[in-house]
Design a protein around this ligand. Sequence first.
Ligand code: TMP
Length: 213
Amino acid sequence: MGAEKAMFLTVEGAEGVGKSTHIETIKNFLDSRDIPHILTREPGGTPVAERIRELLLAVDEDETLCELSELLLVFAARAQHLERVVKPALAQGKWVICDRFTDATYAYQGGGRGLDVAIIASLESLVQGELKPDLTIILDLDPRIGIQRASERGELDRFEREQIEFFDKVRQRYLDIAAADPQRCAVIDAGNDLATVSSELRKILRSRVARHV
Ligand code: TMP
């Protein structure tokens, strides 16, 4: 297959945008080209990072997680995930498809919670160095529809319980990130039907990934 460099692909979007379904489309695309890859997620992706994920998502009535703790936990999980899973996979020539990454931190902790972007950027640089995704798919959807879909899946986690204004800010921050970095980011309207979204996604993959294989 002759890949020059294993690619790091991330998939982003607010709640209920259909990330899992569309990650499956990416997986099928890579399988059909015999491109070795792994699927992983954030927060999580290693046993320790999954435990941090539980802390982040748990609804604890006794003690609320403060915003800075939340931010640091996200990056603690990321440091673990990068060292144990992402970097080794890329070094072995395996592509990495990651369900959320640092754009989620800019969108949720930066946009949603209103934390200072400079603090996030300094943690990003500490934890990632130069490592950034090669391609980021941002699935865009009106949060009113997304939250409705998420609530149909079952009990809502700590983030999913946020007010709609929080998700409006998350969505806007994702769109701002995409506008600032169009080389890396592709936005897909996730409000369309499944076939349209999948076809759009495959089109993006053919045009952006073809350069690498
Ligand atoms: P998921 O349910 O889509 O897997 O994501 C878990 C939640 O974690 C989701 O509500 C977004 C949140 N999150 C952050 O707030 N910051 C981050 O950096 C990441 C990766 C996720």
